[in-house]
Design a protein around this ligand. Structure first.
Ligand code: SF4
Length: 690
């Protein structure tokens, strides 16, 4: 362990750097590892294996400890901070002079603090561009888009504790919380099930979540809307509509009912690849429950019509009166530890802090006043999203700063992405490890790990919690917030706007421009949490949204018919559908967890799950190594033959560099949220290698 570790097991805690659950951790000197601390989410101090391994990477031998710059001969060499930052200043200045500020792109980090993301989006906007985005684009941007538009807030409608204590039916769609959000599952969903709540699991795979389910609908990837529309049709046919709710809180009922006239449950069930009786049973269980909640994940959001998928979920909740009351709602489980907060504080190309539209002159004026600049200073046109920016590299975008993300593993169609990145005039990466993205960088800035920084993060439950430094940054590495503020001073014409006396000062500013955070205080959060929305003058945050009126300000929300759209990839007769996801022991691009000895011992290699029928016709046995390919690329991977995956579909994760699943995934984007279609990729299993 880092010999500069300042605190011991009796110290104040920090927050787990991995998933959006936000478990509190502390360092256990005797075990030389992390241990749970009784925090606002994990009140019994439980953590999952990733949490236990959280310190494995803090003093890892591969930590970046000195700035690097690329020499004329193409090699990265060590540099001073002054040389590295000057290189960024000169290169980005040249790009702005030649092409304007929109020729830059800033990738913020769902894995870093609210304060860091806030400063980065401020930097971009004071440079004159809204081209700032974060990894939320790739996971739940479609969820946020649909829920914001329909309900006024793109976040969990109910708290985890409310779900645990109040819900009678859990409709878990496109999520595997038992592995992806293990403490949510163990501490919130399982207690609800033990209390008697029914769990309906909609997922192409049988997994650890399914084991706790009453009903499993193994939906065909890409065919969620036929399934959800069929459920809505059953609700209508069987008189399960919540008439009182619909009459007072819903508009568009007649048009919705008319649109569903053509829906045939049996036909939709066939399209979705599930038993029509199971659809009817699921609809009855969901609609008949006193309070039913939807828990949703990337199986719904990561489609080129992901926004429509979530619209279909909103329809079900509105139709059955499952919004604005305890135990109900729509609850997206967010992936990274601060993916909720990165959006809250404005690291988005179309939205300012607090989800105000960049196109709204009043919103720009409010932010400009706090920033002490003329309202005209702030750009008014939405910037490019992450994948759009990547696709413009070398054509209309020539400089990029990537902060704490690893797009060379996480973006789709990676052969194309690599070519685009290689076309940049200047790629700057602020990170802690030599990731796949760092390999292409012109300037590498060594930053701080989770255990070295202070600030706040916002978990999936809308709880804002404080991180605390437990160790010093190694070598010449610096705190991310200090690096971003230095870049703000050097790159913009408003250096005074980046003079902060630490993260608390940034938090004080960001809560002035983020209405959801207005009533919070750094001290008030303490070692606990404060939940948004927390308006100025309030004594506490709000657990259940949309109670008397929706967060949009309206008393009503609209039922909106949605129609199925075929997935972008056609699937040939000899092809299978690849769908990707996560496992318990690894996280996101694996840049951090693949460097944990403990986690690699638990899950050191990826496999491709394939149904026995698909394996048999291809002559593939369990443990064989196969080549999975399509026009975009190919990967080699070992096969696990298992009935846990539905026939016609294969599954692997996106955590590993080998196999690199996103070499295969397509870059068709949802027209609203611009999220790529990760969950449906046509592939050939072309051969078996000895
Ligand atoms: Fe960390 Fe998530 Fe595991 Fe909690 S459930 S310990 S936040 S990875």
């Amino acid at each position: 362990m880092n010999d500069t570790l300042r605190n011991t097991r009796t110290s104040v805690p920090s927050i787990c750097p991995f998933c959006g659950v936000g478990c509190s951790l502390q360092f256990d000197a005797e075990r030389d590892s992390a241990t749970g601390w009784r925090g606002p989410v994990n009140s019994r101090g439980e953590v999952c294996p990733k949490g236990v391994a959280a310190f494995d990477v803090v003093d890892h031998a591969e930590r970046l400890t000195t700035p690097l710059v690329r020499d004329d001969d193409g090699d990265l060499r060590e540099a001073t901070w002054e040389e590295a930052v000057s290189r960024v200043e000169t290169a980005f200045g040249d790009v702005v002079r030649r092409h304007g500020p929109d020729a830059l792109a800033f990738f913020a980090s769902s894995n870093c603090t609210n304060e860091e993301n806030y400063v980065l989006q401020k930097l971009a906007r004071l440079l004159g561009t809204n081209a700032v985005d974060n990894c939320a684009r790739l996971c739940h941007s479609s969820t946020v888009a649909a829920m914001r538009e329909r309900l006024g807030a793109g976040a969990m409608t109910n708290s985890l504790a409310d779900v645990r204590d109040e819900t009678d039916c859990l409709l878990v769609v496109g999520a595997n919380p038992a592995e992806q959000h293990p403490i949510v599952f163990r501490s919130y969903l399982l207690p609800a099930i033990r209390r008697g709540a029914t769990l309906i699991h909609v997922d192409p795979r049988t997994n650890a979540t399914t084991d706790a389910a009453t009903l499993h609908l193994p939906v065909r990837p890409g065919y969620d809307i036929p399934l959800l529309n069929a459920m809505a049709r059953v609700v209508l046919d069987e008189g399960l509509v919540d008439d009182a709710f619909v009459s007072t809180r819903v508009t568009g009922f007649e048009a919705f009912r008319t649109a569903l006239d053509d829906v045939d449950v049996a036909a939709n069930a066939e399209l979705a690849g599930v038993d029509p009786a199971a659809i009817r049973e699921a609809a009855r269980a969901y609609a008949s429950a006193e309070s039913a909640t939807i828990v949703t994940g990337m199986g719904m959001s990561q489609h080129h019509y992901g926004t429509d998928n979530v619209h279909a979920l909103v329809n079900l909740a509105l139709l059955t009166g499952n919004l604005g009351k305890p135990g109900a709602g729509i609850n997206p489980l967010r992936g990274q530890n601060n993916v909720q907060g990165a959006g809250d504080v404005g690291a988005l190309p179309d939205l300012l802090p607090g989800y105000a539209e960049v196109t709204d002159p009043d919103a720009r004026a409010r932010v400009a006043e706090v920033w002490g600049v003329d309202a005209d200073t702030l750009p008014e046109l939405p910037g490019r999203t992450e994948v759009e920016a990547t696709h413009a590299f070398g054509e209309s975008v020539f400089g990029a700063l990537v902060f704490g993300e690893n797009p060379l593993v996480t973006e789709p169609n990676l052969n194309r992405v690599r070519e685009q990145f290689e076309r940049l005039d200047c790629l700057v990466v602020l990170d802690i490890f030599p990731t796949e993205t760092v390999e292409l960088a012109d300037v590498v800035l060594p930053g701080s790990s989770w255990a070295e920084k202070a600030g706040t993060v916002t978990n999936t439950d809308r709880q804002v919690m404080r991180m605390r430094p437990l160790a010093d940054t190694p070598g010449d590495a610096r705190l991310d917030l200090d690096v971003l503020c230095e870049l703000g001073r050097r790159l913009t014409e408003h250096p005074g706007q980046f003079e902060y006396d630490g993260p608390e000062a940034v938090f004080e500013e960001l809560r002035r421009v983020t209405p959801q955070y207005a009533g919070m205080s750094y001290d008030g959060i303490g070692t606990g949490s404060q939940r948004w929305p927390f308006p100025a003058g309030a004594t506490e945050g709000t657990a259940v949204l949309h109670v008397d009126h929706f967060a949009s300000g309206s008393q009503t929300a609209e039922l909106r018919p949605v129609a199925h759209v075929d997935p972008a990839d056609d699937v040939g007769d000899d092809e299978l559908v690849l769908t990707t996801g996560r496992v318990l022991q690894q996280f996101n691009s694996g840049a951090v967890t693949r460097r944990s000895g403990m986690l690699m011992r638990l899950r050191g290699a990826d496999v491709l799950q394939m149904h026995p029928d698909d394996a048999a016709v291809r002559g593939i046995d369990d443990g064989d190594t196969v080549v999975v390919s399509n026009a975009r690329g190919e990967v080699t991977v070992e096969v696990e033959v298992t009935p846990a995956i539905r026939p016609g579909t294969v599954f692997t994760t996106f955590h590993y560099a080998t196999p690199l699943a996103n070499l295969l995934t397509g870059d068709a984007l949802d027209p609203v949220a611009k999220i790529p279609e990760y969950k449906h990729t046509a592939v050939r299993i072309a051969g078996v290698r000895p």
